[in-house]
Design a protein around this ligand. Structure first.
Ligand SMILES: Cc1cc2nc3c(=O)[nH]c(=O)nc-3n(C[C@H](O)[C@H](O)[C@H](O)COP(=O)(O)OP(=O)(O)OC[C@H]3O[C@@H](n4cnc5c(N)ncnc54)[C@H](O)[C@@H]3O)c2cc1C
Length: 463
């Protein structure tokens, strides 16, 4: 890699790779690069085993407002439009039935009301009565050979694209970006960026061995993004709370994705069960949500990185104290801590999973070792709150920093679109709007991307 980059992306997960693809294909930027600390793309949260592989469309995520649901729907369609046009579509995107299950009077009422609100916008969405659930997911509707006794209802669809291998998607973005003719697209692996500074009009991006120069940078390095933003003097009013997710496997009892109704106070708490696109013959359950002092799951070397961005002080303590004051959150945190204790964790988790499949047995459950990633949730110290969903720090001077917990993988192209436009605007580059709309939005122009506030955006989270 040499010369000055027009755009240099840090982090080769699905977010960074999506931006590499958009910049290469739809802008006239001549020299675009991406630096990734590992030897291949998507080894952290976008790795196939580290997330739930769900293409979130907003219809079965009960914690999304209608506005948020439609925004996510647009983002999901972009991923679908990209993946279904690729020659290796069968490795990228998958069709399974999906539903969100309501159990008991309150949840069933909530789902009926939600169906009224959402169905005009989701033509494939159905209100599923127990007999429909029994046809699609018999193990959910029956217990001990007869219909389960508790009241159930579901919202769901069949035959839609609902799962994505986000690791394979990231690799596909990189491959397709490198095929773009007439420009220089450089990807550097084993390049851990240690420091970014500004020198005149340029950014100097330093890895252990090399120093790169760029006219603009976008950092998509998960929780590490905040550390690099702090280096450059931005985002000091944010701290990060890493929330790890673990999973369990059982023999295959579900045919598709079965989510449960979310608790409003804990938007990523409700577990689901679904097929794992890379592990045939099993059902995967989870994720749990455990606060851990690392930026990458199963990588204790990132403890020191966490300490640098956590910056524990009175304001962080206030946010944590506010969270722990809420009994639902306190009990949930304790339960998720116990979810990590061998023996105990299986019994506890079984109770939650039986809400979906009542006949699930203790001996069926196996903790999935080395499966699951970290959601880097931001703490907004000034406003004394824990941020849900994706967050962006836009410096306004050609440097953008992304932190992307769920549904960040679904939103990879939409998020990259926002960054592509910001960087193109900053550098005075041209965006091929016609090509972009034709290939990625296809016939979906109903929900134009919002004009996002200059310095910060955030959304709601889902598991
Ligand atoms: C348990 C769990 C379940 C989830 N389920 C879903 C789901 O079903 N659907 C969904 O849409 N989203 C889901 N998500 C969220 C999704 O996984 C993330 O939003 C997405 O993978 C983020 O992609 P990314 O590229 O921003 O980050 P990552 O995939 O974490 O990539 C960051 C990259 O930056 C690199 N990097 C870090 N530091 C440096 C550095 N200093 N220099 C160079 N490179 C660096 C890393 O090596 C990594 O490759 C889930 C997340 C978790 C944890």
């Amino acid at each position: 890699m040499s010369q000055v980059f027009d755009l240099l992306i840090v982090g080769g997960g699905v977010s960074g790779s999506a931006l590499l693809y958009l910049a290469a294909r739809y802008t006239d930027l001549q020299h675009v690069g991406m630096l990734e600390k590992y030897a291949a793309p998507a080894r952290v949260n976008s790795l196939h085993s580290n997330n739930s592989q769900t293409l979130h469309c907003g219809d079965i995520e009960t914690n999304y407002s209608l506005e948020k649901a439609l925004k996510v729907q647009r983002a999901a369609r972009m991923v679908e439009n990209y993946a279904t046009a690729q020659p290796d579509i069968d490795h990228l995107i998958f069709r399974y039935s999906k539903m969100v299950l309501g159990v008991g009077d309150r949840e069933c009422g909530q789902l009926r009301a939600r169906f009224e609100t959402l169905s005009p916008h989701y033509p494939g969405l159905r209100l599923l009565e127990p007999r429909d659930i029994a046809r699609i997911e018999p193990a959910v509707a029956y217990s001990g050979g007869s219909a389960r006794h508790d009241e159930i209802i579901a919202l769901g669809s069949e035959g839609e694209y609902t799962a994505v291998n986000f690791e394979a998607l990231a690799r596909s973005f990189v491959r397709q970006a490198q095929r773009c003719q007439g420009k220089q697209i450089d990807v550097g692996y084993n390049q851990q960026v240690r420091h970014i500074k500004r020198q005149g009009e340029l950014f100097i991006v330093e890895s252990g061995t090399t120093s790169f120069q760029a006219r603009s940078i976008v950092v998509c390095a998960g929780g590490h993004s905040l550390k690099l933003a702090h280096d450059l003097g931005y985002g000091h009013h944010f701290s990060v709370l890493p929330v790890a997710g673990s999973y369990y496997f059982t023999p295959q009892v579900l045919r598709g994705k079965v989510y449960t109704v979310q608790n409003d106070k804990l938007p990523f708490a409700a577990i689901h069960g679904d097929p794992d696109v890379m592990v045939p013959g099993k059902t995967r359950w989870g994720p749990t949500a455990l606060v851990l002092p690392v930026l990458e799951r199963y990588n204790w070397d990132t403890l020191k990185d966490f300490m640098r961005v956590f910056r524990f002080d009175r304001q962080v303590w206030d946010v944590l104290y506010d969270l722990l004051k809420v009994p639902d959150i306190r009990n949930y945190m304790l339960k998720n801590f116990l979810f990590e204790v061998p023996v105990l964790r299986r019994a506890l988790f079984l109770k939650d999973a039986r809400k979906i499949v009542p006949d699930l047995r203790y001996r069926d459950l196996k903790f999935a070792h080395h499966v699951g990633g970290i959601r880097p949730q931001l703490i907004d110290k000034d406003n004394r709150k824990l941020m849900m969903g994706e967050a962006k720090i836009d410096t306004g001077v050609g440097a953008v920093f992304n932190m992307t917990p769920s549904p960040g993988a679904t939103c990879c192209l939409e998020n990259a679109e926002v960054d592509m436009r910001k960087i193109a605007g900053y550098l005075g580059a041209r965006v091929d709007e016609e090509g972009f709309a034709r290939e990625l939005l296809v016939d979906d122009k109903r929900h134009e991307v919002e004009d996002l506030p200059a310095h910060f955006i955030s959304g709601d989270a889902a598991a």
